[in-house]
Design a protein around this ligand. Structure first.
Ligand code: NDP
Ligand SMILES: O=C1O[C@H](COP(=O)(O)O)[C@@H](O)[C@H](O)[C@H]1O
Length: 487
């Protein structure tokens, strides 16, 4: 089947939080860069009874609120607004969906991208309604927001429901981390350089740590978050995607099947952590009141306003049972209300096999590669270096860093929002940076076993004060294995 750039992008949930904060600003960015197909229309839909003009006002307000002033100009805004339309529809109401279908037919002139930015409970019925109206055939693609279900069983049900109307190769599951510049740079670093690949394996790497730390709390999304928790909200998707990109074999091409075939192998090689292992290999935490950057912040239960055992932090020691990674621990952690926002991948290499400086008392430390993805993008290679000066006992060593500040190096480049990349790819029909059904389900299968272990153990998450790096038990977990978290 041939794919052409979309003639129409239809956003379901176009009045929602994600649309206003991320989706509309991203379309504004693409408009400014001249990357939207010239004749492509954008149709917003939700229950709110707006007309085209009222929705254009909502779009203009969202741009004013969420696009930095120095990136805004009226010409781009007007060009974007000229493409924008709105049709009210409630997904529970057939008549309004029929009117929406009529509007879609009137606006399309070729391929269509639908973006379901609503609750996942609507995915199946929205897709079925589009199919019923003859709007889900070849030349149409559907983007699905996370979460794809609450567990494996729900994910299968959602995927079955959606693929009854759209073939799998026209389903674009969003993990916005894959749209981030820094995350794609991980691929560029690994597969655009010959330097690292020979060292990227268990012979040379002692441990890997992947941290996704946030300073924010639940930000008004308490009801969703409390039903989800850190393992479902962040680990099942964003963190495991980072594990895939860090651990996968080189794909033969940067294209959907080749990349996703390599990612699924990683997910299927994750050693299960079940009832017998959870106590030793995982730590769940929940923040209490504390301070971040000198500012007092309330605890999770105060924010939520009720009792809860939902974890806001999770740390674990994972293993990938294949030739490349046999025996290398992958320490993973993510949490809310951490001391700073930081997403990074830390690879610690093995010690030198024999130190020729040991007799002189010079201590050596293992090399490390640190890939910082956000908030700043930076690559740091830690090396041993001769400490300058003279020393009677011989030669002393100290650690220095080769530090590549990508924000500074590309200071003239505007930093793109993740959804700019994802929209551009969905509009062009390129699924490389979207998640395939088997990946989502393999990730749920692995996470479900951990959740089952937690439920079986019945223990409450350990507390940590907001502004700290999680419960002490997370530190103890790495120390039991002779490692420590990088802070
Ligand atoms: N917000 C975020 O930061 C993130 C969100 N997501 C995901 O994105 C999706 C949207 O989230 P978010 O924008 O926060 O949610 P919101 O609750 O803010 O928005 C939901 C949207 O769906 C519309 N809607 C609700 N019910 C119906 C219905 N019966 N028929 C048609 N439209 C309806 C709402 O508009 P109206 O009331 O006018 O109908 C609104 O536009 C969810 O799947 C979420 O999990 C993923 C990652 C981050
Ligand atoms: O998907 C989600 O991601 C955000 C974190 O995204 P980032 O781009 O700011 O790193 C997280 O806050 C939210 O809880 C989760 O649903």
């Amino acid at each position: 089947m041939t794919t052409s750039p979309a003639s129409l992008l239809t956003i379901f949930g176009a009045t929602g939080d994600l649309a206003q904060r991320m989706l509309l600003p991203s379309l504004y960015g693409l408009q400014g860069d001249g990357l939207l197909p010239a004749s492509m229309r954008i149709l917003g839909t939700a229950r709110s009874t707006l007309d085209d003009d009222a929705f254009r006002t909502l779009v203009a307000d969202a741009i004013a609120r969420f696009v930095p002033a120095e990136q805004r100009n009226d010409a781009t805004l007007q060009a974007l607004l000229a493409r924008v339309h709105y049709q009210p529809a409630s997904l529970d109401d057939d008549a309004s969906v029929a009117a929406l279908a009529e509007r879609i037919r009137g606006l399309r002139s070729g391929d269509i991208v639908y973006h379901l930015s609503t609750s996942p409970k609507f995915y199946e019925q929205a897709c079925a309604a589009l199919a019923r109206h003859g709007l889900a055939g070849p030349g149409t693609r559907v983007m699905l927001e996370k979460p794809i279900g609450h567990d494996l069983a729900e994910a299968i049900a959602i995927n079955d429901g959606v693929t009854r109307s759209f073939d799998e190769d026209r389903v674009y599951r969003v993990d916005h981390y894959l749209g981030k510049e820094g995350v794609q740079n991980l691929l560029a670093l690994r597969f655009g350089n010959a330097l690292f690949e020979p060292l990227w394996n268990a012979r040379h790497i002692e441990q890997v740590q992947i941290t996704v730390a946030e300073t924010v709390g639940v930000e008004g999304r308490g009801d969703y978050y409390d039903h989800s928790g850190a393992i479902r909200d962040m680990l099942q998707n964003h963190l495991l995607q980072l594990v895939c990109l860090t651990a996968m074999e080189p794909p033969s091409q940067f294209e959907p099947t080749a990349v996703r075939n390599e990612k699924i192998k990683v997910l299927r090689s994750l050693r299960p952590i079940g009832r017998a292992e959870v106590a030793m290999e995982t730590v769940a935490g929940q923040y209490t009141a504390g301070a971040i950057g000198g500012k007092a912040v309330p605890g999770y239960l105060d924010e939520l306003g009720r009792a809860s055992r939902t974890e806001t932090f999770v740390a674990m020691r994972a293993h990938i049972d294949n030739w490349r990674w046999s025996g290398v621990p992958f320490y993973l952690r993510t949490g809310k209300r951490m001391p700073n926002r930081c997403t990074e991948i830390y690879l610690q290499f093995r010690e030198v096999p024999h130190s020729i400086f040991a007799r002189g008392g010079a201590a050596s430390q293992p090399n490390a590669l640190i890939i910082k993805l956000q908030p700043e993008e930076r690559i740091e290679l830690q090396l041993m270096h001769k400490t300058p000066g003279l020393d009677r006992s011989g030669l002393r060593l100290s650690q220095v860093s080769l530090d590549l500040d990508l924000d500074e190096r590309f200071a003239h480049e505007r930093r793109r929002l993740a959804y700019e990349r994802l929209y551009l790819d969905a509009i062009e029909g390129n699924g490389t940076l979207f998640v395939r059904r088997d990946e989502t389900e393999a990730a749920w299968q692995w996470v479900d076993a951990i959740l089952d272990g937690w439920n079986h153990a019945g223990s409450a998450p350990k507390t940590y004060a907001a502004g700290t790096w999680g419960p002490n038990a997370a530190v103890a977990m790495t120390e039991r294995h002779g490692h420590s978290w990088r802070e």
